[in-house]
Design a binder for this molecule. Structure first.
Ligand code: OFO
Length: 178
């Protein structure tokens, strides 16, 4: 049984993860418009990963007999001034999500929800990677400055991201890839 406070907080987190997917998809569209298809590819893979994050919480509630309530998604930014800006926004967004995960863990500890803790511990670790990935690209872009050559090289590298998880809506597929 999931307590009311935890239930509301997880439903809220499903919304945040789906908003993350939407934000990254919006960034993918922006990078496609600049013909930076490597960055767009990275963002599309990230949108996929965020949908899996949402579904991990969705399945957690469903498997515990609690009901999922899908909340309205927030209106998003759809354009940026230069290729660095979306990466900065992505890093800021990941720090925001880390705060939300820590908040969920606080609720779990306060309410003695030991069942939620392993899932939240997975997300605490995942957020280290999420912040690091986006921050690293920000720092690389800052190093590159106005060099078009550097930008195209980084774009090519980001285009090699491999994301082998199956459909975000099939737990049997996505559970194989952590
Ligand atoms: Fe779901 O980790 Fe990014 O937002």
């Amino acid at each position: 049984m999931v307590g009311k406070t935890m239930l509301d907080a997880i439903n809220e987190q499903i919304k945040h993860e789906m908003e993350s997917a939407y934000i990254y998809l919006s960034m993918a569209a922006y990078f496609h418009s600049l013909n930076l298809d490597g960055m767009a590819h990275w963002m599309r893979a990230q949108a996929h990963e965020e949908t899996i994050h949402a579904m991990k919480f969705f399945d957690h509630l469903t498997n515990r007999g609690a009901s999922v309530t899908l909340l309205d998604l927030k209106q998003l930014k759809t354009t940026w001034k230069n290729p660095l800006e979306p990466w900065k926004d992505a890093y800021a967004h990941e720090k925001f999500i880390t705060g939300k995960i820590h908040g969920l863990l606080k609720i779990a500890r306060k309410e003695n929800d030991y069942t939620a803790e392993p899932l939240l511990a997975w997300f605490v670790n995942e957020q280290i990677e999420e912040e690091n990935n986006t921050d690293k690209v920000c720092r690389q872009l800052e190093m590159i400055g106005d060099s078009k050559e550097g930008l195209f090289m980084l774009d090519r590298e980001l285009g090699t991201r491999i994301f082998t998880a199956g459909s975000p809506f099939d737990p049997a597929a996505y559970n194989l890839v952590q």
